[in-house]
Design a protein around this ligand. Structure first.
Ligand code: SF4
Length: 340
């Protein structure tokens, strides 16, 4: 646990960092969290995940320093991506994680899938232009919970965009999918992160045309900022931007309740496997299936110590923990940071 000090009072920073993907992974199968964080095994990235990461980087790195597309035509974009994919396969890693292919042909089947997206990505990115922020990082503590992550795109005015490489099964017009998007935890965390960062950093707020009223409390500001944030899911295979519901304070409260519940369960080592079709795509499939006799599986604890309760005191306001990358940025930053 890290301690922060403010006006001679001490507050703790929770040692556990919750990202939306960690929360969603935990809800899909608790045991995955165990294999990722508690008893980590070096998990290889499967083909779907590799393609997803690659597509994110294709969009993020589409523009040059002059805010223009780096590639003059679709074909140059396609050839550059093909070369990049070939290099990644030859290296056997993606962002430091080993790649795992089920068959010899799989890297090339997935390369074709990726190349099939180049035209639509090129068109979308060329038309819409560079976002204000791409892969915007956040790391903040609120109500004794630490959230980390990065947001795919932030655009003007007040717009959050998340890229999703969903397949044909996802029909944006189907009510059940719309409902899922409206309740999607990841988008709730992103909305909260933008509201918190806008409240803490006036420059960031202005850059996205977000109004912060200093006469209001931070809670009121979070509510008012969130009520004006537009949140879209960018369906990569079609280039569509699917609107989703704006997040409310009640959704944030539910999020905090959920994190607390999960944290209690995690502290007691209660990791229940949830076996199903998703296991086929689980990176811990082998460990989970075969490693039952080597002490890797968790043993439940009666009195697990809760990270949320081990705090000395919970800091009453949001705090950003993003560290400036260099001295220049340090000078420029106006985010509220505490000595720790
Ligand atoms: S293989 Fe299935 S049950 Fe095992 S950790 Fe993965 S998702 Fe959970």
């Amino acid at each position: 646990m890290v301690i922060i000090e403010s006006q001679n009072l001490f507050f703790s920073i929770p040692s556990i960092k919750w990202s939306s993907s960690r929360l969603e992974r935990f809800l899909e199968c608790n045991l995955k969290d165990y294999y990722t964080y508690i008893h980590p095994v070096r998990l290889a990235t499967n083909a779907d995940l590799t393609l997803g990461k690659f597509v994110h980087s294709m969009i993020e790195k589409f523009w040059n320093d002059k805010e223009l597309p780096k590639y003059k035509t679709v074909d140059t974009f396609k050839n550059a991506m093909k070369a990049k994919w070939n290099f990644m396969v030859s290296q056997g890693t993606s962002r430091g994680q080993p790649l795992k292919w089920r068959t010899k042909q799989e890297p090339w089947i997935y390369r074709n899938k990726m190349l099939g997206l180049t035209e639509i990505i090129y068109k979308r990115c060329s038309e819409i232009g560079q976002p204000k922020y791409a892969e915007y990082p956040f790391d903040f503590v609120l109500g004794g919970v630490r959230f980390i992550g990065s947001i795919d795109e932030l655009r003007n005015p007040r717009t959050v965009i998340d890229h999703k490489n969903y397949g044909e099964y996802f029909d944006p017009k189907a009510p059940e999918f719309q409902e899922k998007l409206d309740k999607k935890l990841q988008l709730t965390v992103y909305s909260l992160a933008v509201a918190v960062n806008a409240y803490l950093d006036q420059k960031f707020a202005s850059s996205l045309e977000i109004e912060v009223n200093r006469k209001l409390s931070w809670e009121e500001n979070l509510e008012s900022i969130s009520s004006k944030l537009d949140i879209f899911m960018h369906l990569v295979r079609t280039g569509e931007h699917i609107p989703t519901q704006r997040r409310t304070i009640n959704q944030y409260k539910d999020l905090f309740d959920l994190v607390k519940k999960i944290d209690e369960q995690r502290a007691r080592n209660i990791f229940t496997p949830n076996r199903g079709n998703h296991c086929y795509n689980c990176n811990a499939f082998e460990q989970c299936t075969y490693d039952t006799e080597h002490g890797l599986l968790p043993v439940q604890k009666e009195d697990g110590q809760l990270s949320l309760l081990e705090s000395i005191q919970i800091y009453p306001e949001p705090v950003s923990l993003i560290k400036p990358r260099n001295k220049k940025e340090k000078k420029k930053t106006r985010q509220r940071r505490l000595k720790f």
